[in-house]
Write a protein that binds this ligand. Structure first.
Ligand code: SF4
Length: 283
């Protein structure tokens, strides 16, 4: 693995608070993408505390080149207690903004859409004023599944295109760039705030990044996150480049000039990083 540059070194938050949250999660059989994806922000986020809940288990039906989650498996079943357990935990954590994501469940007829809807309803039923953001898989482009999620009333619909289309064969081999754009476009027409994100450092060129931004603007995407890809384990794709902070600023300015209502661009940015401060996307 490439040596980390200075700007990518990060200190962890207080261990006691991190352990406290981990203990609650284990007790309720809950997963977070923070742990499963080995997110570099976990110390900071867990000690606040905040987290991104990952529903539908911790095994993924797909095998993306960038992801630390165990992939290529077809997990079975759905934990019916999960929506309620997440709602209780969100309340205990005192969150005013929660992000719900999932592994990809191509083995389920609806791709897990009903579990998203039940989780949104359980959280809303427990904390009516909460702001709910969903970060979903592509549901294989199934508009019925998308409708199930959107009918449950999330405040933000987020689906990451992850990288430039030319890199899809190695980064997201079982996904399709146009299909992801189409999903976002349909969500936008539905009337919800739409958000997407990409990682840098996988070998993409600047003009390709600008091209993705243009595509997202053309389908009405409101908010964009751009962060540095970090190789989570040796099986995952190697980092091709540690993009300098200055370039993240350039993309930030470019995105704003293109018309995104909100751009969050920086080496440690993840689609759920400081999500509660991305509320300006609603305006
Ligand atoms: S940035 Fe998102 S995924 Fe990473 S630790 Fe924070 S909440 Fe979790």
């Amino acid at each position: 693995m490439k040596r980390l540059p200075l700007w990518l070194k990060k200190t962890q938050g207080p261990m006691s608070r991190i352990h406290h949250l981990k203990t609650i999660l284990r007790r309720r059989n809950l997963h977070t993408v923070c742990e499963s994806a080995r997110c570099p922000n976990i110390g900071e986020c867990f000690s606040k505390p905040t987290a991104t809940f990952m529903i539908l288990g911790d095994l993924c039906a797909r095998r993306c080149g960038f992801c630390n989650i165990e992939g290529g498996n077809f997990p079975s079943g759905v934990d019916t207690g999960e929506p309620g357990n997440i709602a209780i935990t969100v309340k205990e954590m005192g969150l005013s903004h929660v992000v719900i994501t999932s592994v990809t469940r191509d083995d389920l007829v609806d791709g897990g859409a009903a579990q998203f809807a039940l989780t949104i309803q359980a959280i809303r039923g427990t904390i009516p004023s909460i702001f709910i953001e969903v970060l979903t898989p592509d549901f294989r482009g199934d508009r019925g599944a998308l409708g199930t999620v959107l009918n449950a009333g999330p405040d933000i619909f987020n689906h990451n295109v992850e990288t430039v289309p030319a890199l899809y064969p190695i980064v997201r081999p079982q996904a399709n760039y146009e299909r992801s754009l189409g999903l976002l476009e349909t969500a936008k027409k539905w009337g919800v705030t739409v958000k997407s994100g990409i990682m840098l450092g996988l070998g993409e060129r600047r003009e390709e990044v600008a091209g993705v931004m243009e595509d997202l603007i053309s389908i009405g995407c409101d908010a964009l996150t751009i962060g540095q890809y970090l190789q989570p384990n040796r099986r995952c794709l190697e980092v091709k480049e540690y993009v300098e902070p200055e370039r993240f600023k350039e993309y930030d300015e470019l995105g704003r000039s293109m018309g995104f209502k909100y751009v969050f661009s920086g080496p440690f940015v993840r689609s759920s990083y400081n999500a509660e401060f991305q509320l300006s996307a609603r305006k």
